[in-house]
Design a protein around this ligand. Sequence first.
Ligand code: DHB
Ligand code: FE
Length: 282
Amino acid sequence: MAKIVHGMGSPHVPSIGAAIDHHKEAEEYWKPFFDGIEPVRDWHKNNLPDTIILVYNDHASTFSLQTIPTFALGLADEFEPADEGYGPRPVPVVKGDPELAWHLANVLVSDEGFDLTLCNELDVDHGLTVPLSIAYNRPEAWPVKVIPLAVNMVQAPQPSVKRCYALGKAIARAVASFPGERNVAVWGTGGMSHQLQGERAGLLNVEYDAQFIEDLVNNPDSLEGLTYTELLRETGSEGVELAMWMIMRGALQPEVQEQYRFMHRPVSNTSYGVTILKNGEL
Ligand code: DHB
Ligand code: FE
């Protein structure tokens, strides 16, 4: 039997990855952040799933503006860290779970009506590797398998928040019908408020982010009608990545047990917030 055991929402700020790769955790700028995520790491040590369905967005690292898949699923045996301009991050290769991934593809495309792009080769950028580093630090090999689910967040039109939430619910049904044994986690990455360009570059909206986490945990249906116009206005042009947290939340039960929440800002240009959710009914 396969079941979804936990969810996590976390930004994927690339400089967190650089701070870990270059051992900067004790520096004045980084210490409060890394102190705050120590409990994240402790929790994950004791709660390793077999496979993470890791929802992230590619930042024109693997896909370009020539081809923009709305939802893309990684089916390969392994995924190389992408070269984002400074060479690939010195992190382990990400091992996939093709058996579960193909089951998800079959159910989500043929039965559930989500027309996913299927990727047999996919280099993964900071959107995917930084959350792994936040949770697992610097291991020789990642302690879990990962199924990448890349969502277009970089070029309008993005999929609606409602569609993201519905995809999460479909993922829950697909996992439940998998004939094999798996403990599965679903992570939503990106956000929280940040804008990297234009007149409002540097925008943070900590109050909005705090309320978003609160609603995500305890009243997720209230977020279903959230529009990109509101996300753009309140959280900035890159803050719209928060929509991906709704895929994670949709994959969990309505009632969840929150294990840990931590907010800290700024982290680079981003207002950081993390929440770990244990599924209600197991
Ligand atoms: C930053 C955050 C992101 O989510 C990203 O993809 C790139 C940069 C930042 O805060 O610097
Ligand atoms: Fe991003």
